[in-house]
Design a protein around this ligand. Structure first.
Ligand SMILES: Cc1cc2nc3c(=O)[nH]c(=O)nc-3n(C[C@H](O)[C@H](O)[C@H](O)COP(=O)(O)OP(=O)(O)OC[C@H]3O[C@@H](n4cnc5c(N)ncnc54)[C@H](O)[C@@H]3O)c2cc1C
Length: 749
């Protein structure tokens, strides 16, 4: 099996200050910057002197090595004559949940073993490999093997590294002491999502003359791929990479801004809210005359719409409904929903729900007329048990967009694949909203609400360069459902989700929920309706083709005790939510999928290993040790499973013989899987009939603060959980309703 690709580990070099060398024990070296080239480096000096004068392994001192994991990783290693004494790692660019946790383990293992031959520790993650490479680099200097230079050879160089879904090749032009130009010349990362990174990261590297640049939010894998490829190119130019990885830019105080309407969050709901505030109820060409701004954390607009399966429901009055011949009236639909979900009568606002559903035709037609990437040709009849109390199937209209205008591949064909048409949904919605005159500021994140008493005056915003304030007459929060990250779980749902690890998608930050909660407000929890499914415990932007491994492929699943816990027959065959719920009952809400080298899932292993989610072993024991599972239990489980699969079938959970895949041929693999939610979780806040946010149910409203989409579920939650496409529909429609309320209120003033 191929190891994770890390290219910087072999001959990178960090510098020592002149004078640091053999015999100067405990001296602390600093990394020389590119503008202070050392004439002769300590390493060069020491290389010449070591063999004659030093009996030990190392030249005592402190050395810095650098390699690239998710971003640049540096290791500062202190040695005496024969011993590695101390290691400090800078893992600030690594994924918090995966990268940072393994740092301490690795340091301990390296110090204990006095070397980096520790393959079994913490799996073959990108970060683990980078740490080892960076430490090796520092040790190469300490042992005098490496020559150091601070000048590059002017010219044009290329480097290649893995991004999100493909190899990215970067071309870089350098002079002796500067990076003159950077360009991505090849990438097949996901359309749209990766574009901001491809544009911005090269610019940042040149502007800041550093590889330690901020990633583009929402496109972190592509961003770090570009940085890594640029690093490789710099190395080819003869650069000392440690010179090019220090000093992140300080943020300045930016210029404050005033606007009529500010929308926070540019997902489906926020974009349509901004459009409705800028236009009218039909989303026509009329300009309301209001100044409308929208800020979005990601480097692209669309939020989860951009990652979604491409399913969009429509209930009446659109070309989609004409195509299927299926139609509901608002009253029919709302009556059916309320009847089928009596448990929510206390939470759902019947008036708001009817107002929102009433907008179905105006919103979908208005968007389609403006160029939203949705066509009637893709409409089909979607079945739902959530429209009838007895659970029998009712039909409504949904659409799944064409994935790629050239190939015709439909979104959803490979599951929730980010190559699907959803990217075009996100892109077209963002573009049409901008064209209508809304000012969209991407990579701008709201960090807090500006409050005066119970009145919202605006938000504090942070971007790549600065921190500033946007003051607005009306603020609409459209930051989505709550995320299923550990921080949100600890805050709102420790009793429900326990130790869940980062099973969220990129869009859900729980910003609105946390702000209101911190003000003493209430949150609504509609957990029975939560859409919990199996997923890799990483951002669901990668909920792509490799998801087939747990959706459609049979394999053994074990829990942290190394024991099976269910009939694993292709879990997503209609029972994804059921399996999601079972995962929540396991320790750490996780399981490991175990298979051997003849299994078709092997093709996804590289990708999953890169994310620290897969392990390989020559024996079951070896695999268990690497994956952190009890080896004896795992061996016993696999032995029993293999025996059953050769006999009459599963004697423990009843899995049919034809669905059992024996685990016999080395190497063996384990992939970690967790409980995840595509939409986020239904923790939202209360609003009144105009979508004005309330601190408590039926309590005081927060003046000038509105909510929409996943933020405020009490108007439409039953609608949003009916079936495929209903989340996006509810987000679009509730966004329009919130935008209408805000526009009408301002125009009346
Ligand atoms: C993989 C996947 C597949 C899905 N498939 C479907 C499907 O096929 N059909 C369907 O109906 N539903 C689907 N869903 C659910 C659906 O996409 C979402 O429920 C819906 O798009 C939510 O829209 P929203 O605007 O409320 O929130 P979001 O899409 O979450 O948008 C919120 C936006 O706010 C931004 N933001 C958050 N915090 C801040 C901040 N502090 N400052 C600035 N910006 C901020 C986020 O970056 C994000 O862009 C899917 C979801 C996922 C993840």
């Amino acid at each position: 099996m191929k190891r994770t690709k890390i290219f910087l580990g072999v001959i990178l070099s960090a510098s020592l200050t002149a004078g640091c060398g053999q015999g100067q024990s405990n001296q602390t070296e600093t990394t020389a910057r590119k503008d202070t080239p050392a004439e002769t480096t300590a390493a060069e000096t020491s290389a010449a002197e070591t063999s004659e004068e030093t009996a030990g392994k190392y030249i005592p001192g402190t050395y810095t090595g650098m390699a690239t994991g998710m971003g640049p990783v540096t290791a500062t290693v202190t040695v005496d004559t024969d011993t590695i004494v101390d290691i400090e790692l800078d893992l600030s660019n690594e994924t918090e949940s995966i990268g940072q946790i393994i740092g301490d383990d690795l340091i301990k293992s390296i110090l204990d073993s006095q070397g980096t031959d520790i393959d079994g520790v913490s799996g073959a993650t990108v970060t683990a490999d980078a740490v080892i490479a960076a430490v090796n680099e520092a040790l190469d200097q300490a042992s005098g093997k490496v020559m150091v230079s601070h000048e590059m050879t002017p010219g044009t160089y290329t480097g290649t590294a893995w991004g999100s879904k493909s190899d990215i090749t970067v071309e870089i032009q350098v002079s002796e002491n500067a990076i003159e130009a950077v360009r991505v010349i090849e990438s097949d990362d996901s359309p749209y999502i990766s574009e901001a990174a491809i544009e911005m990261i090269p610019k940042r590297i040149v502007e800041e003359q550093s590889l330690a640049v901020d990633a583009v939010t929402g496109a972190t894998f592509t961003s770090s791929g570009i940085v890594s490829a640029a690093g490789e190119a710099l190395r080819s130019a003869g650069a000392n990479l440690a010179d090019w990885t220090s000093g992140k830019k300080e943020k300045s105080q930016g210029e404050d801004v005033n606007t009529d309407v500010l929308v926070v969050g540019g997902g489906a709901s926020g974009l349509v809210a901004a459009l409705a505030a800028k236009t009218d109820t039909q989303l026509s060409d009329t300009d309301s005359g209001l100044d409308v701004m929208l800020i979005e954390s990601n480097g692209y607009g669309g939020g989860n719409l951009t990652l979604c399966g491409g399913y969009i429901a429509s209930y009446f009055g659109t070309p989609l409904n004409e195509k299927t011949g299926n139609s509901w009236t608002t009253d029919q639909l709302v009556d059916a929903l309320e009847e089928a979900n009596p448990q929510y009568t206390d939470v759902v606002n019947d008036y708001v729900l009817r107002q929102i559903v009433d907008l179905n035709d105006e919103v979908i037609n208005g968007l389609m007329e403006r160029g939203f990437y949705l066509t009637a040709d893709d409409a089909y009849l979607a079945g739902s048990g959530g429209l009838n109390r007895d659970g029998s199937t009712e039909y409504y209209t949904s659409a799944s967009v064409i994935a790629n205008p050239e190939t015709g591949e439909r979104s959803g064909e490979r599951g929730y694949d980010i190559y699907g048409g959803a990217a075009y949904l996100g892109r077209s919605l963002t573009e049409l909203v901008e064209k209508a005159g809304v000012e969209i500021r991407l990579e701008n994140t709201a960090t807090s609400l500006i409050m005066e008493g119970n009145e919202c005056k605006g938000v504090t915003v942070e971007n790549h360069d600065s921190v500033y304030h946007i003051y607005a007459k009306k603020v609409i929060l459209a930051t989505g459902y709550a995320g299923l990250d550990q921080q949100t779980v600890d805050l709102f749902l420790p009793e429900n989700y326990g130790d869940i690890i980062n099973a969220q998608n990129a869009a859900n930050t729980s910003f609105a929920q946390k702000e209101i909660f911190n003000m003493g407000g209430d949150v609504v929890k509609l957990l029975e309706k939560g859409y919990i499914v199996p997923g890799y415990n990483t951002v669901l932007a990668h909920y792509g083709e490799e998801g087939q491994l747990y959706r459609n492929m049979n394999a053994v699943w074990v829990n942290s005790a190394g024991e099976r816990f269910m009939d694993e027959t292709a879990p997503e065959s209609g029972r994804g939510t059921e399996v999601g719920a079972v995962l929540l009952e396991q320790d750490k809400d996780s399981a490991w999928i175990i298979f051997d080298s003849s299994h078709e899932g092997v093709k996804y292993i590289d990708f999953l290993q890169k994310q620290g989610l897969a392990w390989e072993g020559d024996t079951i024991k070896d695999l268990a040790d690497k994956a952190g599972l009890p080896s004896e239990a795992l061996e016993a489980t696999i032995e029993q499973y293999n025996m059953d699969s050769e006999g009459e079938g599963d004697t423990v959970y009843g899995t049919a013989k034809e669905n059992m895949v024996p685990v016999v041929t080395a190497p063996f693999y384990g992939v970690k899987i967790g409980a995840a939610s595509t939409a986020g979780i239904d923790v939202s806040i209360y609003s009144d009939e105009n979508m004005n946010i309330l601190l408590k149910k039926d309590g005081d409203k927060i003046e000038n603060l509105y909510g929409t989409g996943g933020v405020v579920s009490n108007g439409y939650i039953t609608l949003a959980t009916v079936g495929l496409g209903t989340h996006v529909n509810a987000s679009l429609l509730s966004g329009a309703y919130a935008g209408n309320c805000v526009r009408e209120s301002l125009l009346e003033e």
